[in-house]
Design a binder for this molecule. Structure first.
Ligand SMILES: [Zn+2]
Ligand SMILES: [Zn+2]
Length: 350
């Protein structure tokens, strides 16, 4: 397709981003060109926008960033066999090599040579984006654009909660960012109970209630003791499952303290540095299981997510608090970085 498009790009190293006109990209072999209908801002995009230590080491400008979106296939490259022009798709952001030892073990989501859309390749904060056919996910036509656009982070929550095997289990979730709020909804849909949610913003914790938390804790409020409360609620035994979506060292420590003997701790939140762990008491003597989560299973997680969404069991819409134009991206990043959070997921419409 000839012509130019607008995109939110990082033109050079440093903080911020610019709205720039660029040529519409052409799909290469086994790739498709998608007209982006909705795109969501992720925590990863905030790291890139702010240009922190991680971004400075990983990102090679010029880069159009963004990796969460929904849209319509408008052109197919040579060798594309399953997708057609007009298909309504979202994308798995993890781009596996398909041939390494890990990929051959059926674990493409953690490929040894993993590339990430909008991090290592040109992303979707634009009117059009190119993705590999192998990463495209065909949506049900009835799925709203803004919901289809948040399936990548929702999938993190689906994968995390499914690995935790929560039905009938007392589940403690840390983190009131979109990941924790989505996990709350998925845990509810999957039959967990009771569900405790610990976070730092009253605005977000109220959404957590809507998503199905039985009890919420604002850990910044005076007198709040998550571990004590969970032990009190469980006759001193603790939570069956702890889902850690915050990456905060204090939350991780409290999670292990609140976990019952023989319980399961699922780690998704990324601490900014190494953390210390009482391996003896928190894991070995406790007989705890720790599960690390990265990405989404390709594509079992997507199938499970589609079933939850299409059956109406899971409604993630309360988490999508804002829809703005792509040209208003600065407003989106302001919302995402405000000291007192008043947003869940921010979706931009090109
Ligand atoms: Zn994301
Ligand atoms: Zn691989």
């Amino acid at each position: 397709m000839q012509g130019s498009m607008i995109a939110v790009a990082k033109r050079a190293a440093g903080s911020g981003a610019e709205l720039v006109p660029v040529p519409i990209p052409a799909p290469g072999p086994c790739e498709v060109l998608v007209k982006v209908r909705a795109t969501a801002i992720c925590g990863t995009d905030v790291h890139i926008f702010r240009w922190d230590k991680w971004a400075a080491g990983r990102i090679k400008p010029p880069l159009i960033f963004g990796h969460e979106f929904s849209g319509e296939v408008v052109e197919t490259g040579p060798g594309v066999t399953k997708l057609n022009v007009g298909d309504y798709v979202s994308a798995e952001s993890h781009i596996p090599c398909g041939s390494c030892y890990v990929c051959k073990n059926g674990q493409k989501h953690i490929c040894a040579d993993l590339k990430i859309l909008g991090v290592d390749t040109q992303g979707c904060f634009a009117e059009y984006a190119v993705i590999p056919e192998a990463c495209a996910w065909r949506n049900e036509p009835s799925l709203p654009l803004h919901i289809a656009a948040i399936q990548e982070p929702l999938g993190n929550a689906v994968y995390t909660v499914m690995e935790a095997n929560v039905p009938g289990k007392r589940t403690l979730i840390f983190g009131d960012g979109p990941a924790g709020l989505f996990a709350t909804g998925v845990a509810r849909a999957a039959g967990a109970g009771p569900i405790w949610l610990a976070g730092t913003f009253n605005f977000a914790l109220a959404i957590g209630k809507t998503m199905g938390a039985d009890r919420t804790f604002n850990v910044r409020s005076p007198g709040v003791d998550v571990v004590r409360s969970v032990l009190d609620d469980t006759h001193g035994t603790g939570a069956d499952v702890v889902i850690e979506m915050s990456g905060a060292p204090k939350a991780i420590a409290e999670g292990f303290s609140a976990l019952r003997k023989g319980g399961t701790f699922v780690a998704f939140g990324i601490p900014s540095d190494r953390i210390t762990l009482d391996l003896n008491n928190d894991v070995i003597f406790k007989g705890a299981t720790i599960i690390g989560i990265n990405g989404r299973l390709m594509f079992r997680t997507w199938l499970q997510m589609a079933n939850l969404l299409n059956s109406g069991r899971l409604d993630p819409s309360p988490v999508v608090t804002h829809q703005i134009g792509l040209r208003e991206f600065q407003k989106g990043f302001d919302l995402m970085t405000a000291p007192e959070r008043t947003c869940g997921k921010v979706v931009m419409i090109p």
